[in-house]
Write a protein that binds this ligand. Structure first.
Ligand SMILES: [Mn+2]
Length: 297
């Protein structure tokens, strides 16, 4: 990690080169959020089935529900490729029933994309993109299993979304402010970066993506409010840092979604690939409406 350059000054909004994604989506009567899956495909399928979003085989049965996956689909768990394929399939199936599935960009997808982008022109890995990914749990055995369409899909994953009053992003970090002051601008800038061949831009993205816990501690609530004000949302939902590690819960304690920073932030990373349990969360306009947890089984 030490090779990474100093972070760029904050903020550095970039001109949008691509059509911005819709920043504000209507609030679905059923909004579900799924934290870091990290290849825990068996658990993910069970959770989606238990929530009534799919049948036991993983086919969409969620009707008009809206499911947002918060990034980090690959590495560490049993089947990252299968996880990506399941989410892609659910996106198509949900679309046909008036539902919606979104998948945000996680740092593991960004690390993989960086490693692959520079593999041909930097075979000695002087830029250390490949090493950075493998040292952070990159699963090189899975590399050959990803098809070009999987990687193209990853490059299209938005960095953040706003759904009604909720701001949804992968990391508990202020990194998004480096890319724009509006949700659509951030997504356009990150999408442009993911198509670029500039190593420094990629280094900066990966360095920013290693930051976490920005909303913890004395100034956490203030920072969260700044972020939410900037992106015109009232509550933040994120993954990236498992709740058990953020709040130093003993391993025997079942994980659960956790509010913090004066209830401005909701951490929904169940760490499902590291722990016995796992959960997904349904949100109402301002609250947790339902938690579907494997700990109940
Ligand atoms: Mn992460």
């Amino acid at each position: 990690m030490t090779y990474l350059p100093a972070l760029p000054p904050l903020p550095t909004p970039q001109a949008a080169a691509t059509e911005p994604l819709p920043a504000l989506l209507p609030t679905s009567p059923e909004l579900w959020v799924v934290g870091d899956v990290h290849g825990a495909l068996t658990k993910l399928k069970r959770l989606l089935w238990q929530a009534g979003l799919t049948n036991p085989q993983g086919q969409w049965q969620g009707g008009k529900a809206h499911v947002v996956f918060l990034g980090d689909y690959i590495d560490r768990g049993e089947d990252g490729v299968g996880t990506v394929r399941l989410i892609r399939t659910l996106q198509r199936q949900a679309h046909s029933t008036g539902g919606r599935v979104d998948a945000l960009l996680g740092n593991h997808e960004a690390m993989l994309l960086a490693a692959l982008r520079f593999a041909a022109r930097d075979p000695q890995d002087n830029l250390k993109f490949f090493q950075f990914w493998t040292r952070n749990g990159g699963d090189t055995q899975e590399l050959a299993c990803f098809e070009p369409s999987d990687l193209a899909w990853m490059r299209r994953c938005p960095a953040m979304l706003r759904v009604g009053p909720w701001l949804l992003q992968h990391a508990d970090s202020l990194m998004y402010l480096h890319y724009g002051q509006r949700v659509g601008d951030v997504n356009a800038a990150v999408a442009e970066l993911l198509q670029s061949d500039d190593p420094e831009s990629w280094h900066n993205l990966l360095a920013l993506f290693t930051t976490r816990m920005a909303f913890q501690g004395e100034k956490g609530q203030y920072k969260a409010q700044q972020l939410l004000d900037t992106y015109q949302a009232t509550r933040l939902v994120h993954g990236h840092t498992p709740v058990g590690s953020m709040f130093k819960w003993p391993p025997s304690m079942p994980s659960a979604p956790q509010w913090y920073a004066g209830k401005l932030c909701l951490n929904v990373d169940s760490g499902m690939t590291y722990t016995l349990g796992g959960f997904i969360v349904r949100l109402s306009v301002q609250e947790i409406a339902q938690v579907v947890s494997l700990d109940e089984w």
